[in-house]
Ligand binder design. Structure first.
Ligand code: GDP
Ligand code: MG
Length: 433
């Protein structure tokens, strides 16, 4: 199925020779394929429609990268948008209170009890001292299950009277307050379907315990239905995030996009197996290619992006080469390069480039400007004449320190040295990255 789709796509791309801007017409095929791909990943159909259309509207009229076709460029925009919806960085748990309270909720069979134990182990490995609370009295076996899991990871399980969940959490909390445990993880009861009795119980538990995190466990295999239950749980409990379980199965993870999109809440972890250590922090980049499929196209897009970075760096290289390179040029170069990100990170990519300690920060650039402005023309042209007394004068005049002046002069010398090496051909553009 997958192979066939990719084959079809590459054929379409090969036949496309159009470049320029993204138009309704030249991305028609990509729009169709992205929709199919997302639907095949089990993203909710309403989400697919809305998401793709809104990205399309944004993308129309955008420039197409030299090495991509409009279709590929559109898929790149889709990918970037997916990453931004799912969160660029893994979102961490927000545990403020002492003890911190984590409430695990979700439908029956989604993986709550297992995930509660996984999370406890994860936190223990990260230096916390968690305790588990068995507040699912709806299914008596759930308490035994949690006790067994707790034993296997050597984490205590609070069971109270094993009957009244509200009483259990209340007692667990007052117990934890007077103990060495600093995170309380509560397993709660689910149902096969959304149910008012369940929701009311969960609301009460929430009110009693005031959790730092309310995490809904969603089974990656449930597909289309995930949206409704996620919305309902979020509406009633104001979730802080999700844990998507059973990502080790066949599911391509479309559920992740669906629930993040409709609730705006982050997926914080994914479950990747039945064992207690099968829990991973969620990384958007890793999941996007799984949801989107289209491995070949994504690889191609990544290559094109690297090419773009290379072009930018070549431009800088040329500028460095052709600059007269007085201190004034130096000031300009700094400002120019700042637009492209920290200079040090660019220079790091140059093989053989000397380690230059240049802080291209806003504050430092302001200082550089002030220092250079306080110099005489002669000093700018020939910084070697800047002796101790001149340094003191420049520092005073620019409202900086002699150390700042020294730092600037050192950076300048290093930059000049780098330039010399370019000119001598010891460093070459284009260089390999
Ligand atoms: P609960 O009813 O929500 O408490 O769900 P359970 O924790 O009892 O889990 C239901 C089933 O799903 C159990 O058989 C678990 O072993 C299994 N399970 C939970 N998480 C994962 C996972 O990440 N991967 C796999 N393969 N199975 C899981
Ligand atoms: Mg359970």
């Amino acid at each position: 199925m997958f192979e066939r789709l990719q084959e079809k796509l590459s054929k379409i791309f090969r036949s496309l020779s159009g470049r320029g801007k993204i138009t309704e017409k030249n991305i028609e095929e990509a729009v169709k394929q992205v929709k199919i791909s997302l639907l095949e990943a089990d993203v909710n159909f309403k989400v697919v429609k809305e998401f793709v259309e809104s990205v399309k509207a944004k993308a129309l009229g955008e420039e197409v990268l030299r090495s991509l076709t409009p279709d590929q460029q559109f898929i790149k925009i889709i990918r970037d948008e997916l990453i931004s919806i799912l969160g660029r960085h893994p979102s961490t748990l927000n545990l403020k209170h002492h003890p911190a309270i984590i409430m695990i909720v979700g439908l029956q069979g989604s993986g709550k009890t297992t995930t509660a134990a996984k999370l406890a182990l994860y936190l223990k490995k990260n230096g916390r001292n968690p305790i588990l609370v068995a507040a699912d009295t709806y299914r008596p076996a759930a308490i035994d299950q949690l006790e067994k899991l707790g034993k296997s990871i050597n984490i205590p399980v609070f069971t109270g009277d094993r009957k009244n969940p509200l009483k259990i959490v209340e007692e667990a909390l007052s117990f934890a307050k007077n103990s060495q445990y600093n995170v309380v993880i509560m397993d709660t009861a689910g149902r096969l379907h959304i149910d008012d009795e369940m929701m009311e119980e969960l609301e009460k538990i929430k009110n009693i315990t005031n959790p730092d995190e309310i995490l809904m466990v969603v089974d990656a295999m449930v597909g289309q239905d995930a949206v409704n239950s996620a919305l309902e749980f979020d509406k009633r409990l104001n979730l802080t995030g999700f844990i998507v379980s059973k990502m080790d199965g066949d599911a391509r993870g479309g559920v992740i996009l669906s629930i993040s999109y409709v609730t705006g809440k982050p997926v914080k972890f994914i479950g990747t197996g039945e064992k207690v250590d099968a829990l991973e922090p969620f990384y958007a980049e890793r999941i996007v290619s799984r949801i989107l499929g289209m491995g070949d196209v994504l690889t191609l897009i990544e290559k094109a992006e690297k090419e773009l970075d290379k072009q930018k760096m070549e431009e800088i290289g040329k500028k460095i080469l052709h600059a007269e390179f007085t201190l004034e040029d130096f000031k300009e170069q700094l400002a120019e390069m700042k637009k492209l990100g920290p200079l040090s990170s660019i220079l790091e990519l140059l093989p053989g480039a000397p380690k230059i300690d240049l802080e291209a920060s806003e504050a430092w650039l302001k200082k550089v400007e002030a220092i250079i402005n306080s110099m005489t023309k002669e000093e700018r042209r020939n910084p070697r004449i800047i002796n101790a007394s001149r340094k003191l004068r420049i520092a005073k005049g620019s409202g900086t320190t002699v150390q700042d002046v020294n730092k600037l002069l050192k950076s300048y010398e290093e930059m000049k040295e780098l330039m010399k090496r370019f000119k001598q051909g010891k460093l070459k553009f284009p260089f390999k990255i």
